[in-house]
Design a protein around this ligand. Structure first.
Ligand code: ADP
Ligand code: MG
Length: 337
């Protein structure tokens, strides 16, 4: 008699949740990504106790069909890809089909959705049990996650102070707002409004609501392209610096990513304008053929692998230099003398 057996689905989901659901901000990330993928133009996020008590994300997107609602919580269940080809041409933020399965393994979830503008359905998931019923709902989806980590005490212990966790959620929301200026985002923490954008599509306006008018007035526009890449965005003049890289936001095809080499290219562009240990404030949108970027590197999808990374670095460096030069901020040496 062998001793190997397949794990119970609940247990398997809990294990997978360890990778995807690190903290309350991870839940906000996954739910907002789903709302964006659903084509929403308005997304509202409300958290209480830094998301440990409740996280509610509501959107006005495509909604989920009644028969799909339980499937959405299945492991590796997704409407976004269904072939090898799709995996290498990702145009959505999600595709792994594991967020809802993982989240519902470590919290209690209530999903309300309406996909036809008329009839709403509700599905509650807790401790592996599902209950579905009719409900009143507007077009779109509303998901409420409560008692996060109630059944994983070790993970709950690892969560930092409410202040730190709320800070992480706020960062996440700021990044979503900058990544999608056309979406109207509203974010409340314990009834306090933390962020509101208009959905006008203007990045400068979003950055003004995040960083304040003083910075917004001193942003320089970046725009340019090569065969493979198109780069647009705003960078602050070098007199506004910060003590860490945190104020640099890079988006590839609408996805916030972290990339050491691209950040380095930006720093090189500022050259001697930044004092040692100081970093610029910037938001850059990079558009490229999805086939040139591998987003399936890590479950959180914040690290990506790029083909022709050196070309992109050169383009970013050149565009920022040009933009700053246009404002004659980089001292030029006259070699003819
Ligand atoms: P993934 O986003 O990788 O597909 P998820 O577990 O996050 O996996 O979601 C599973 C599925 O549930 C999605 O593929 C989508 O069809 C559906 N879904 C989840 N959230 C929403 C939403 N807010 N609006 C519409 N559909 C949604
Ligand atoms: Mg998802």
């Amino acid at each position: 008699m062998g001793i190997i057996q397949e794990l119970d689905i609940q247990l398997a989901n809990k294990i997978a949740a360890g990778e995807v659901v690190e903290r309350p901000a991870s839940v906000v990330k996954e739910l907002v990504e789903n709302a964006i993928d659903a084509g929403s133009t308005q997304i509202t996020v409300k958290v209480t106790e830094a998301g440990l008590q409740t996280i509610t994300v509501s959107d006005n997107g495509a909604g989920i069909l009644e028969e799909d609602m339980p499937l959405a919580f299945g492991r590796h269940a997704t409407s976004k890809i269904n072939s090898d080809h799709d995996l290498f041409h990702i145009r959505t933020l999600g595709f792994r089909g594991e967020a809802l399965a993982s989240i519902s393994a470590v919290s209690k979830v209530v999903m309300k959705s309406c996909a036809d503008g008329k009839i709403g359905h509700q599905l509650s998931v807790a401790g592996g049990r599902m209950e579905q019923s009719l409900t009143r709902a507007k077009q779109g989806t509303e998901i409420t996650v409560s008692d996060l980590f109630y059944n994983t005490p070790a993970r709950l212990k690892y969560v930092k102070s409410l202040h730190t966790e709320l800070g992480k959620i706020t960062d996440m929301m700021n990044r979503f707002a900058m990544s999608h200026p056309k979406i109207r985002f509203t974010f409340y923490a314990d009834d306090k409004m933390m962020l509101q954008t208009t959905g006008s599509g203007r990045l400068a306006e979003v950055m003004a609501s995040i960083y304040g008018m003083k910075i917004a007035r001193d942003l320089v526009e970046i725009t340019g392209q090569t065969g493979d890449y198109e780069v647009t965005g705003l960078v602050a003049k070098p007199e506004h610096t910060r003590a860490n890289r945190h104020y640099i936001s890079l988006f590839i095809n609408g996805r916030y990513i972290r990339n050491f080499m691209l950040t380095k290219a930006m720093m090189t562009a500022y050259h001697t304008l930044l004092p040692i240990g100081r970093y610029p404030i910037a938001a850059l949108h990079i558009k490229m053929d999805p086939a040139l970027v591998d987003v399936n590197v890590h479950p959180t999808k914040q690290e990506v692998r790029l083909s022709k990374e050196a070309d992109l670095m050169a383009l970013i460096e050149q565009l920022i230099k040009q933009a700053l030069l246009g404002r004659s901020l980089i001292p030029q040496v006259d070699v003819k003398k």
